[in-house]
Design a protein. Structure first.
Length: 454
């Protein structure tokens, strides 16, 4: 049953149970009807603290991302394995900044942008994000339906509305804690791609070489593939989703259900561990998808694929039924993670920008405009599957918009989280700032490359 939030409302429309506390005041204690906080130790602390970061990292490996990584492996073999190592610190830096922002401010990214920047910056960002997310979510729904058709023989056109209804119902009628727990278990489906890799007959000598030695030729195809991988891995929707989930964790303190316990310093430490593991997980799965398709499709000269469905079909005669089923069923599980993150991040952004109530822990009647954005977005994503726009074209335009939006949004994240006026004593430490600027430079170059390659 969905929890009811009865605490005070912050300017961006969300409840702030500890908004009057200083940053280092414990959020739970005897006054809240709970025992004083005592640090957990070892494995129990790790398991309990995993949540927003793990879910965000796993949701990055959605069907559209799997398609991109499959194409990279099929066309270039092991040559792009190094990108998993390259993108890991960059992705982690940006997501950690977003986690810190949500933890310290108790507000999502759009809410902080609204206070610090002009309206055109805020709504321009939200508009581009919403459009890109709708297109991406539509392509993910199509990917899930195609994968289910492969497994069942029932046409994809039937599965698309079924998945749309199931995800909408989950977001509407479940509490944040239930959704979070479901998503945490769904991350396990990504291990299917690890298992599939070990069924693929890998040439480990060549694979290790491709992992530690960057291979990037000065050609349109190679540069475009690098841009696609970076744009898929470091996507703008992840920034909003990460910050929004940290705010949800902060709000759930009222019910004694938050994974973030203790003072602000302790919460930031927990968030850092969570984000690090989540982003490592995300990049590891990317690595194994490229590894699998490189060892099978590329090795057998099946280099011209455009979707993850085609990759799964091509795997069967090369790596056997087990690899085929793991790859196919993994598409459905990743879609169940990716689509809610895409739609949810857009809803968080719009609600925060408009100062509406917006929380997955609030009943639809109490935050009806927030849920209206979710509902209408799901309908729009479904409709795009029936207007004759192919999945490849949808993914292309989503990549273009994400490529354009990512650099300026990363810049805003760096400026906001490095400002003592915004973050107080919790502004970014030097190393995090350096990594943030490096990410901005790489993604700016990638955006320019995307424009020229297009």
């Amino acid at each position: 049953m969905r929890a009811r939030i009865t605490t005070s409302t912050s300017p961006h429309g969300q409840a702030s149970p500890d908004s009057r506390q200083s940053p280092d005041t414990p959020s739970v204690g005897p006054a809240a009807g709970r025992a004083p906080y005592r640090p957990r130790a070892g494995l129990s602390e790790l398991i309990v603290s995993l949540g927003p970061g793990l879910i965000t990292g796993a949701s990055d490996d959605d069907p559209s991302g799997i398609s991109t990584y499959s194409i990279a492996g099929a066309r270039f073999g092991y040559s792009f394995l190094w990108t998993a190592l390259f993108s890991f610190p960059l992705m982690t830096a940006v997501q950690l900044m977003c986690a810190r922002l949500g933890t310290v401010k108790g507000k999502g990214l759009a809410a902080v942008i609204r206070v610090r920047y002009p309206a055109w910056v805020l709504w321009g960002t939200c508009g581009l994000l919403l459009f890109a997310n709708l297109v991406n979510a539509s392509a993910d729904l199509a990917g899930m339906a195609d994968a289910t058709q492969l497994a069942t023989g029932v046409k994809a056109i039937i599965w698309t509305p079924i998945y749309t209804a199931a995800i909408t119902a989950l977001l509407f009628w479940s509490s944040y804690r239930f959704i979070s727990n479901v998503f945490r278990w769904l991350t396990l489906v990504l291990f299917a791609y690890v298992a599939a890799a070990f069924l693929a007959g890998i040439d480990w000598r060549v694979a290790i070489e491709g992992t530690i030695i960057p291979h990037l030729t000065w050609s349109r195809d190679s540069l475009a593939m690098f841009v696609a991988i970076m744009g898929t891995t470091i996507s703008p929707y992840l920034f909003f989703w990460q910050a929004g989930q940290e705010v949800e964790e902060r709000l759930s303190i009222k019910n004694g259900e938050s994974r973030r316990t203790g003072n602000t310093k302790t919460k930031l430490k927990q968030a850092r561990l969570d984000v690090f593991i989540g982003m490592f997980f995300s990049n590891a799965i990317m690595y194994f998808i490229i590894l699998t398709t490189g060892a099978t499709l590329h090795a057998h000269e099946k280099t011209h694929i455009e979707t993850a469905k085609q990759a799964a079909e091509a795997l069967r005669p090369l790596a056997g039924n087990a690899a085929y089923w793991l790859f196919t069923l993994g598409l459905v599980g990743t879609g169940m993670l990716g689509v809610p993150a895409l739609i949810g991040s857009a809803a968080y952004a719009v609600a925060e920008a408009a100062r509406w109530r917006g929380s997955l822990d609030q009943a639809p009647q109490r935050a009806w405009r927030f849920y209206a954005v979710i509902g209408l977005s799901m309908v729009a994503a479904l409709a795009l599957n029936y207007v004759g726009v192919g999945a490849i074209k949808m993914l292309f335009w989503a990549a273009v918009i994400n490529g354009i939006l990512a650099p300026p949004l990363i810049l805003l994240v760096i400026l906001l989280t490095s400002s003592s006026q915004v973050m107080g004593q919790r502004a970014n430490p030097p190393m995090l700032r350096y990594l943030g600027w490096a990410t901005f430079a790489v993604m700016s170059a990638a955006a320019l490359g995307l424009i020229f390659s297009s």
